[in-house]
Design a binder for this molecule. Structure first.
Ligand code: AHM
Ligand code: MG
Length: 328
């Protein structure tokens, strides 16, 4: 994590005002501000759909199965279309990888654009029909060299920024750059994300652990010991929607785990566009993220939809899990 005091002195600025006020940090990343505006604009439209989901007729599955064998919800498709179109129109994205698209999408006419985007447009989509919070996750990389599908297979440590949006009891966009982690709340009366959580740092301690306990018989012995240890000293919270569980962990402290298990030996979550962006955010906020055996940000994916176990949150708690896993 880069040690700086929060550069943000003026709360309640809009995201746009923030990007202008913080122009120094974006000077070395020209065009990233356009990308973030594009993402925020599409997120605001998705927020409208989520809020009116059953009225807008966007609930339910499409009947399709995606490249990962998962049921595609209508909102998965709408979210993909809105974000892809917004990123394309920003003119700043040369290529992107998305959970719902089988292959890397090279943006025609934008081969020389400065950035790549990797994203999960609607995470936790199985929760859509029951009004549980869902989210969107983004990682951004600077393009280097000629763009090809392989150029997106980069370790998370090379991200220049990462962000997520949580569509919850309020809608928030949390943005991490190498300078700070800042949270913006959507003010629906003006249609703008407004800075509400400047300079987020992970609270010390581990009040909560978050894991799907139903799978414990499928974990290795080391992981069972680690979770037993957390159970003995923390309270349990598990929404089953990664962005929600991560957002609580970031603001309240604690640890989230989606371990490998006998049914899913590689874990469930995807390295490139779920684990790595959240790992970038948690490290910038003072926490840690691991597969159980290595730092998430040091892992280079072999394929865009590669899965990984994810242990993320309080550094000491993550280290304790790693130690238990190493004893197996
Ligand atoms: P998705 O990207 O297809 O929505 O799947 C990921 C979701 C995460 O939001 C959540 O952490 C996890 O799946 C929950 O899985 P489980 O129901 O096995 O606990
Ligand atoms: Mg997801």
């Amino acid at each position: 994590m880069v040690e700086t005091s929060s550069p943000v002195t003026q709360p309640h600025s809009t995201l746009d005002e923030f990007l202008i006020a913080e122009r120094d940090r974006f000077r070395e990343l020209p065009g990233l501000d356009d990308v973030l505006r594009a993402v925020a604009g599409a997120a605001e439209r998705i927020n409208h759909l989520v809020r009116r989901a059953s009225l807008a007729g966007v609930l339910g599955a499409t009947g399709e199965i995606n490249v990962q064998g998962e049921v595609v919800q209508q909102l998965d498709n709408l979210g993909t279309e809105l974000f892809v179109e917004a990123l394309r129109r920003s003119g700043r994205i040369a290529a992107l990888a998305c959970e719902e698209l089988g292959d890397v999408l090279l943006i025609e006419g934008a081969e020389d654009a400065p950035f790549f985007a990797v994203f999960d447009p609607i995470d936790g989509s199985s929760n859509i029909d029951v009004a549980v919070p869902i989210g969107s996750i983004f990682g951004f990389y600077a393009r280097s060299g000629k763009v090809s599908p392989e150029s997106l297979l980069r370790p998370g440590s090379e991200q220049v920024a990462a962000a997520y949006i949580v569509y919850g009891s309020c809608t928030m966009l949390v943005l991490a750059t190498k300078e700070s982690v800042d949270g913006f709340t959507l003010d629906e009366t003006i249609g703008e994300f407004v800075l509400s959580h400047p300079g987020i740092t992970l609270p010390a301690g581990c009040p909560y652990y978050s894991v799907n306990e139903a799978y414990q018989d499928r974990w290795d012995a080391g992981m069972q010991r680690a979770i037993a240890e957390l159970r003995s000293r923390c309270s349990l919270r598990y929404v089953g929607s990664l962005v929600s569980d991560f957002h609580r962990t970031l603001l309240k402290g604690g640890i989230f785990a989606y371990p490998a298990d006998k049914k899913q030996p590689q874990g469930k979550l995807r390295l490139l566009y779920e684990a790595s962006p959240l790992a970038f955010i948690i490290e910038q906020a003072g926490g840690a993220a691991s597969s159980g055996r290595e730092r998430i940000l040091a892992m280079t994916p072999d394929a865009i939809h590669q899965r990984t176990p994810l242990i993320i949150g309080d550094s000491e708690a993550v280290a304790m899990v790693e130690q238990c896993v190493a004893q197996d």
